[in-house]
Design a protein around this ligand. Sequence first.
Ligand SMILES: C[S@@+](CC[C@H](N)C(=O)[O-])C[C@H]1O[C@@H](n2cnc3c(N)ncnc32)[C@H](O)[C@@H]1O
Length: 219
Amino acid sequence: MKIDILTLFPDMFLGFKTQSIVKRAIEKEKVEINIIDIRNFTPYKNNQVDDYQFGGGGGMIMMCEPVFNAVENIRTPDSHVILLTPRGKTYNEKKAYELKNKKHLIIICGHYEGFDERIYTLADELISIGDFILTGGELPAMMISDSVIRLIDGVITSTSLEYESFNDNLLDYPVYTKPREFRGMSVPDVLVSGDHKKIKEYRESERLRITKEYRNDLL
Ligand SMILES: C[S@@+](CC[C@H](N)C(=O)[O-])C[C@H]1O[C@@H](n2cnc3c(N)ncnc32)[C@H](O)[C@@H]1O
């Protein structure tokens, strides 16, 4: 899979590409991530990419030409263009599984007061990451890319993905590691019993209990 992220602030992605599972996925050639500076595509002097809005009002608006030029420079028939905006449908794990099957994602990050309205015509899909406002689309782009990359075959072990929260309508079961006793809190006996049938039953019932307690709305 290839992910091209269009941004005015490429340096925000430095740590994202060089750490942890995303770094390993790049090294294993499971994903190619290109951070593309929208400023490189502006036809205006002094790398201008934003301007005041017609009709008055605060804040700068991202201009059409740099974003259109950038998208048109990289888009192919395999591309799926995502525009990050509070207007979009709220992102979730189901969408992550859907996006993992795309060959090429182009993710456009807004900044300042947002996009000139005509930029929306470039998008195959509008995505929001929740009902709150961020300064830019860079964090949403990282969140979406991260959640998609970890689902690509061979990036993490398939058993890690098997029982994760949101795969169905349940949250994940509780997990423990050493030590078995910590400040009066013990690892449940069943987990060290070696009885795999019982462990499976315990985990299933814990998933239900935890979902009821924390996210009853999922049930
Ligand atoms: C300050 S926001 C613009 C908000 C816009 N004026 C509004 O009220 O809808 C700048 C950019 O950050 C990104 N952004 C902010 N909040 C977001 C969210 N919840 N989901 C996705 N992108 C978001 C978008 O790309 C947006 O164009």
